[in-house]
Design a protein around this ligand. Structure first.
Ligand code: ZN
Length: 408
């Protein structure tokens, strides 16, 4: 039997729940403590607490000791000086001694949870200590559907609620985020005096979690027009790209959090691998907001700053990491930002390819938006009038105004 098991994964992936479940299944006592609680204690207090916790666990065996945020306790010793460092070393030493002091006959297993195993003291990872690692990742689409179904049991859902659809729109959500999503949806439903949670409540909850609360701002007619064209540009190119992995969900010019408007698409499935075509189409969608402003209003605004950053990040990765430039099958960086692989000349050349990639696609985007100018105007007009429109509405507008360019 292992003495120590390290649960590794991002926050919200159920590390605590898993440890508790193991204790429940094994009918063992469950003791838990958080590493961060021990960081600011007086010298010696942390160490004595660790000793007494292990003593108690052995007396009441079988038991499971769960140490959350073990990296706070178990980070590499003596990299600094001063009282808190000294205290930290003592606590960590007490933990090491305690773990060496019992054997598998004691029926005590220590579970540690962290998302930074790399920062932990090597001594903790040696055989006989935390030598088993279990990694927990964020749930995939099927996992999210199952998690939503579990939490949905506790609330009243309207029959119109489509959980698989909701799961599609929440890539990157952890189990805790999904529980929060249903909770926020319930709060929204109550606030609107509804007896059941509707799809609209959950849509609002998702937007709030992703982008923040709706922030009422007094927009002038001029601002509204600029934002409408910007978002219309994103939406138009998103639909015209024909990328079936990302379907346009809705477009809005209602400010939320720090953003002025947003164009949202729902991935049809979780993407772990992106084709060059998908990346180029993503680049053009990002550029289309600025392009639309330029074409329709004759001037540009600061509204595209996030789009510019994201597009540049994608273009750099295509050239530096994914071998998608004329430099071909060649790694230029070990990790994002590090460039120790290549010579200065090659790096110079790579930078040039990044620039070209961005410039060429900006030109292509300008061409696409100009050709569909009638559709752009119609989408922007509808946005100014209604503030939020659905992806289906955008597709319809394009079919009516620019039928020739809509791909089947
Ligand atoms: Zn934008």
């Amino acid at each position: 039997m292992p003495k120590g098991v390290l649960l590794v994964g991002p926050p919200g992936t159920g590390k605590t729940m898993l440890a508790k479940a193991v204790a429940g299944e094994a009918k063992a006592h469950f003791y838990s403590l958080s590493g961060s609680d021990y960081v600011e204690l007086y010298v010696g207090v942390g160490a004595s607490r660790v000793r007494s916790l292990f003593k108690k666990a052995r007396e009441t065996a079988p038991s499971i000791i769960f140490i959350d945020e073990i990296d706070a306790l178990g980070r590499t010793r003596s990299s600094g000086e001063g009282g808190s460092q000294h205290e930290h070393d003592q606590t960590l030493n007490a933990l090491l001694v305690a773990m060496d002091g019992f054997d598998s006959d004691d029926a005590v297993v220590v579970f540690g949870a962290t998302n930074r195993p790399d920062t932990m003291d090597r001594a903790l990872l040696r055989p006989g200590r935390f030598d088993r690692q279990i990694s927990l990742s964020l749930p995939d689409l099927a996992g999210r559907v199952a998690i939503l179904q579990v939490h949905a049991g506790a609330v009243k859902l309207d029959p119109s609620v489509d959980l698989p659809h909701l799961a599609k729109g929440t890539p990157g959500f952890s189990g805790a985020d999904l529980a929060n999503l249903l909770n926020e949806g319930a709060i929204h439903a109550v606030r609107h005096r509804r007896a059941t949670i509707t799809m609209a409540d959950l849509d609002e909850a998702r937007d709030k979690i992703n982008w923040g609360r709706e922030t009422p701002r007094a927009l002038t007619a001029g601002d509204k027009r600029i934002i409408a064209y910007h978002e219309a540009g994103h939406a138009l190119v998103q639909v015209l790209s024909g990328d079936d992995t990302a379907k346009l969900h809705k477009v809005t010019i209602i400010p939320r959090g720090r953003s002025l408007g947003s164009t949202q698409f729902t991935p049809e499935r979780d993407l772990y691998n992106h084709s060059k075509e998908q990346l180029l189409s993503r680049l053009r969608c990002l550029m289309a907001g600025r392009v639309a402003e330029e074409l329709a209003l004759g001037s540009i605004t600061s509204g595209a700053s996030c789009d510019i950053q994201e597009a540049t990040r994608i273009a750099r990765q295509m050239v530096f990491e994914w071998g998608m430039s004329p430099l071909g099958f060649m790694a230029l960086s070990r990790a994002e930002g590090e460039t120790e692989f290549a010579s200065p000349q090659t790096l110079h050349e790579a930078e040039h390819h990044v620039k070209t990639l961005l410039a060429e696609n900006y030109a292509v985007t300008t061409e696409i938006v100009s050709e569909a100018r009638a559709a752009l105007d119609a989408i922007a007009r509808d946005l100014i009038e209604r503030e939020t429109i659905t992806g289906d509405h955008v597709r319809q507008v394009i079919a009516v105004t620019s039928p020739s360019i809509l791909k089947a």
